[in-house]
Design a protein around this ligand. Structure first.
Ligand code: SAM
Length: 389
């Protein structure tokens, strides 16, 4: 089967790495997606185990079109009755990036008509559409004049892990949080801290990565479980292998802090739902009053929202940089922010800078390395070793 795992912009390479680790072949990095080849086992593993995928699609057919009539005819040629029957429901999800067709809704409508008409021609009846909980979710993607049809094997978006009971303003998407942890190259041994943890998404994802805990529960209603082609024995094998691979003893110390009691409450509730309370500690503390620490990794996304005035945001980020320099020597700090000017104000040269799309917000994800005595070394380089004089 040709499979396509969709992701968030900027996480394609991390997703490709995850797929490589699962043994996928023909891996090709696309825009917000990665295509690969695999069997039923890999399809089930992709849904259960990929941390940076939001959907896994099974490719059906690709063709070129000149107009809507071509689209209708080509869709109608596909033997849809082998995928679902007359008394089962379907729905169309369309993504259109084309000068030929402007409206995604129109493409969805034409595709739906072609499928319904094929059934009507064959059986004198047509299946119903159910946009809420369809038996078969069909995906139509149009790029210029190339149409790709695929089946959504996931159902609900894979960012929904099931542990988020409560949230704060601007919580991170779980897929993005997992992506941040994987992009950081955190060694999964040293302490990880999120000093502005909000609802603790980064910490929950990091703990699960370190303990090899699958991002999803086995009883999740993945769409492929309803399909005619579903292989329950292979699914059982995938689940049992995933269970055996869990090793919570490998989860190191994870620490979260936030200034808001509401966030502390949400974080604790989510950590409890994820059954990670033995590994993640949460405390109410202002980052700027932190005692500080050494030899740890910090990953966080500071606020820059409407409650702060523009000049306050810039100052807030300058303080973050000062605090990192002052209190977190020998640490690596990764910061995600959609406020590019504020990031410049951190006042530290990023060792790594990545561009990500957080929701619809183009964001920067930067790594800052704080070395103990780095300033001293800098002056020594400029003026010679003062200690020896
Ligand atoms: C964008 S949210 C983080 C969202 C979080 N990553 C999540 O997934 O829920 C920023 C957080 O920073 C917290 N915060 C703001 N100023 C702070 C400070 N001085 N010290 C600690 N936390 C702070 C806010 O209360 C808020 O929860």
């Amino acid at each position: 089967m040709k499979l396509i795992a969709k992701t968030l912009e900027g996480l394609e390479a991390v997703l490709a790495d995850e797929l490589n680790n699962l043994g996928a072949t023909d891996i090709t990095v696309l825009n917000r997606a990665v295509s690969y080849t695999g069997d039923h086992k890999l399809l089930y593993q992709s849904n259960l185990l990929l941390r940076t995928s939001i959907k896994v699609l099974v490719f059906i057919k690709e063709f070129t079109v000149r107009n809507e009539k071509d689209l209708y005819e080509e869709v109608k040629k596909i033997p849809w009755e082998t995928y679902f029957s007359i008394n089962e429901t379907f729905a169309i999800d369309s993504v259109v990036n084309s000068t030929l067709f402007r409206h995604a809704n129109f493409i969805a409508l034409k595709t739906k008509d072609a499928i319904a008409d094929r059934f009507r021609d064959k059986y004198d009846q047509r299946p119903n559409v159910d946009t809420n909980d369809p038996f078969l979710q069909i995906n139509v993607h149009v790029r210029e004049n190339i149409v790709t049809l695929s089946l959504d094997s996931s159902g609900a978006s894979l960012h929904l892990r099931g542990y988020r009971r409560q949230q704060v303003d601007a919580p991170l998407n779980e897929v993005m949080a997992a992506g941040l942890v994987l992009l950081s190259g955190w060694d999964q041994i040293s302490t990880l801290m999120d000093p502005m943890c909000g609802s603790a998404t980064i910490l929950c994802e990091a703990a699960r990565i370190a303990g090899n805990i699958p991002p999803h529960a086995e009883d999740k209603a993945f769409a492929f479980k309803k399909w005619k082609t579903f292989e329950p024995l292979i699914w059982e094998e995938v689940c049992s292998e995933a269970q055996k691979a869990i090793d919570k003893s490998r989860i190191p110390t994870l620490k979260g802090f936030d200034i808001l009691p509401k966030a502390i409450h949400a974080a604790k509730s989510n950590i409890e739902a994820a059954q990670l309370e033995d590994f993640i500690s949460i405390e109410e503390e202002d980052f700027f009053y932190q005692e500080g620490a050494q030899d740890l990794t910090l990953i966080f996304n500071p606020p820059y929202d409407g409650r702060l005035k523009e000049e306050d945001v810039l100052e807030f980020y300058r303080h973050i940089g000062d605090k990192l320099k002052l209190s977190f020597s020998n640490c690596n700090a990764w910061i995600l922010s959609g406020h590019v000017d504020a990031m410049k104000n951190v006042g530290l040269r990023p060792a790594v800078k990545k561009r990500l799309l957080n929701g619809s917000i183009p964001s920067l994800y930067c790594k800052y390395e704080m070395y103990q005595g780095s300033k001293k070394q800098k002056w020594q380089k400029l003026y010679g070793n003062q200690d020896q004089q």
